[in-house]
Design a protein around this ligand. Structure first.
Ligand code: ADP
Ligand code: FBP
Length: 320
């Protein structure tokens, strides 16, 4: 059977990249170049999975024109539920690579049956998939519990599932036994109420969630790499030097690397998965637009990733 991975994007977006020399608050800017591509977290994950040689398909909510767009170049099966598609704008500065993001909230779901239709679509595909990624924000009119609900059904069907969501959706997803979470530092802080600055602090913040049944937390730490916490241990992975480029979509590339490994259904080698996730996301930073990696760079970067096993936090530390 071919490995098939499904991604769910409930709030897709046209990813816009505006390149300017230098961005100054309060000033007018002549934009040097504009790039537009269809994105949103799950769609970006799908693109990177295709680059990694995996067969991936995308679902979620969209408007009619978006779902039909030839540009998508991937098997899609969206529920037509949004009257229009939002834009997510990154202002990228040529001078030093600084990226400033403006994320539109997007439309409310207009179809009263949309949630049910999406749940039916995902559950219908569960027997045929080896991995599921549910990622990104939700449009208005959708309950924050939907990602957790979809994840619960997938895990019950033995499908490895990543939820890369924030806020109340993350809190509810963290209650689903077997789920894999990929929060960034700020999301982990909002979830746990701790300020996880160092890798050890990330592991200490994540450990109680693992003890309550989360399968793995892969915390992304921007240019400082990632920390993975599982029931078998905790590891930190870093690069000797940060990359300069556009980090938008780097988290999506990391999710693609993790689900790609888990879809193979062998016992997960978490340190190896973490190394690949760090290399893949760094390779995404090198590409100016979101949702694409530099494959040669990924191969080159992987052997340079520094992996460290973290000491287990004492029960007292985790309980604080
Ligand atoms: N400047 C960078 N250099 C190298 N890798 C980076 C850089 N910025 C981000 N990454 C990689 O991308 C991952 C995701 O980025 P991060 O900003 O933490 O997530 P998100 O975009 O989801 O908020 C990081 O954990 C890291 O591995
Ligand atoms: O759905 P959200 O949370 O608003 O995020 C949407 C945005 O996230 C991105 O996929 C980037 O995500 P990451 O930087 O976390 O990988 C953008 O390309 C996209 O438009």
């Amino acid at each position: 059977m071919v490995d098939v991975i499904l991604t769910v994007t409930m709030n897709p977006a046209y990813d816009m990249t505006y390149r300017v020399e230098r961005f100054e608050r309060g000033q007018a800017h002549r934009v040097r170049s504009v790039e537009q591509r269809i994105g949103g977290k799950g769609i970006n994950v799908t693109r990177v999975l295709n680059q990694l040689g995996k067969y991936a398909r995308a679902t979620g909510f969209s408007d009619h024109a978006f779902a039909a767009a030839a540009e998508l170049e991937m098997p899609v099966d969206f529920v037509h539920a949004l009257p229009w598609v939002r834009r997510t704008v990154v202002i990228s500065e040529s001078e030093d690579g600084t990226a400033t993001a403006l994320w539109e909230p997007g439309a409310r779901v207009s179809n009263p049956h949309a949630v049910e239709q999406l749940a039916v679509r995902v559950s219908g595909l569960l027997p045929d998939i080896n991995g599921l990624v549910i990622s990104g924000s939700l449009p208005g009119g959708v309950s924050p519990g939907l990602p957790a609900e979809l994840a619960r059904a997938a895990i019950a069907a033995n499908v490895p599932t990543i939820c890369d969501v924030d806020g109340e959706s993350l809190r509810l997803a963290a209650q689903v036994p077997g789920v894999i979470l990929m929060p960034n530092t700020e999301e982990l802080e909002r979830l746990t109420g701790r300020v996880p600055l160092t890798p050890d602090e990330v592991a200490t913040a994540a450990r109680p969630l693992i003890d309550r049944g989360v399968r793995a937390i892969i915390a992304t730490r921007g240019a400082d790499g990632m920390v993975a916490v599982t029931s078998t241990g905790a590891w930190s992975a870093t690069l000797p030097e940060p990359m300069s480029g556009n980090p938008t979509g780097a988290g999506d590339s990391a999710a693609a690397a993790v689900i790609s490994a888990l879809s193979e259904r062998t016992e997960p080698d978490w340190p190896a998965i973490l190394i690949d996730a760090v290399a893949t996301s760094a390779a995404a930073v090198l590409i100016p637009v979101a949702g694409e990696i530099d494959r040669c760079a990924r191969t080159r970067i992987a052997p340079t990733v520094v992996i460290e096993k973290l000491a287990e936090p004492s029960t007292q530390d985790s309980a604080k």
